[in-house]
Design a binder for this molecule. Structure first.
Ligand SMILES: NC(=O)c1ccc[n+]([C@@H]2O[C@H](COP(=O)([O-])OP(=O)(O)OC[C@H]3O[C@@H](n4cnc5c(N)ncnc54)[C@H](OP(=O)(O)O)[C@@H]3O)[C@@H](O)[C@H]2O)c1
Length: 275
């Protein structure tokens, strides 16, 4: 039976790949992101050849109450049975270089908003005999790395939220899944993160690989999955005795120091007006 899905972060690299995979197999999808132009264009592109009305664009900010209320309205109208919390913003850099507003925005977007959106949609999801909440986490939510303190904290929180909610709801129709990709080739990673990944030998996946894993989870695959080897093994070891691995990240610290030492391109100096 086809699914009726709310997908946040639909215009991003992974979101787009998930949307394509779902629409190709006949699922109905509400595409959510902040940029009205981008999400509208994506809906038109993906809607070509799909059944009429199966793709809808919704331009809202998930960190805002009115944005989440709009998602709830559309999800109720469309009788959605699946929520994919995929939207997030990145964060990279030594902790001392990150300002208050950035830290608050990352925790708000990557952790608080998915929790609030999930809570809002539970009554809609519960109307179905089978429903799913799928949260997009990260390897970095289970394996803390230098440079990813704030992002790791948000994704670690999302993993804990997913596990606890899965257990809280396990005697009902809603299944809660957590998919943790490793580095994935999307615009989420800027040049500094790409350089860090190269320097540390971090491997990356295509967004299509992550999308295939997401779809497999919606179809009843394991409720929690960490993508990639050796990342999945490192996550397991880290779960057993985290301090064992503490000495293993010298290359990551060096890459972070090198990133801080890279000169910032000079900005044009604004000309004062002398009238
Ligand atoms: N790429 C990686 O290396 C990687 C690795 C592991 C896990 N992940 C996780 O995978 C997920 C998708 O990542 P990605 O690589 O596809 O990122 P991406 O390409 O940067 O896309 C992010 C998406 O989130 C949307 N978004 C951001 N803030 C939003 C807000 N406040 N309200 C609504 N939409 C918002 C963006 O659209 P607008 O800007 O228009 O709102 C965009 O559609 C994220 O949860 C990320 O943490 C990524």
């Amino acid at each position: 039976m086809s699914l009726s899905v709310v997908l946040t972060g639909a215009t991003g690299g992974i979101g787009r790949a998930i949307a394509q995979a779902l629409i190709a197999r006949g699922d109905r999808v509400v595409l959510v992101s902040r940029s009205a132009d981008e999400v509208g264009l994506l809906a038109r592109q993906l809607g070509r050849g799909a059944a009429a009305g199966s793709v809808e664009a919704l331009a809202v900010d998930i960190t805002r109450a009115e944005g989440r209320a709009a998602i709830l309205r559309v999800a109720a109208e469309r009788r959605c049975d699946t929520l994919i919390n995929n939207a997030a913003i990145p964060s990279f850099g030594a902790l001392e270089t990150l300002d208050d507003a950035h830290i608050e925005a990352v925790i708000s977007t990557d952790l608080v908003a998915p929790m609030l959106l999930t809570r809002a949609l539970l009554p809609v999801l519960r109307l179905h005999p089978r429903a799913t909440v799928l949260n997009l986490g990260s390897t970095l939510g289970r394996l803390g790395l230098p440079g990813f303190t704030v992002y790791g904290a948000a994704k670690s929180g999302l993993r804990g939220f997913s596990e606890a909610l899965r257990r809280e709801l396990s005697d009902g129709p809603i299944r809660v899944c957590h998919l943790a990709p490793r580095a994935t080739r999307t615009a989420f990673n800027d040049a500094r993160v790409d350089a860090y990944n190269r320097a540390t030998g971090t491997r990356s996946d295509s967004p299509e690989r992550v999308a295939a894993a997401a779809v497999a989870m919606l179809d009843g695959g394991p409720a929690e999955r960490f993508l990639g080897f050796p990342e999945a093994l490192a996550v397991r070891l880290n779960g057993l005795v985290p301090t064992w691995l503490d000495a293993a990240f010298g290359a990551h610290r060096a890459a972070l120091r090198a990133e801080r030492a890279t000169p910032i391109p000079s900005q044009p100096i604004p000309l004062e007006s002398h009238e």
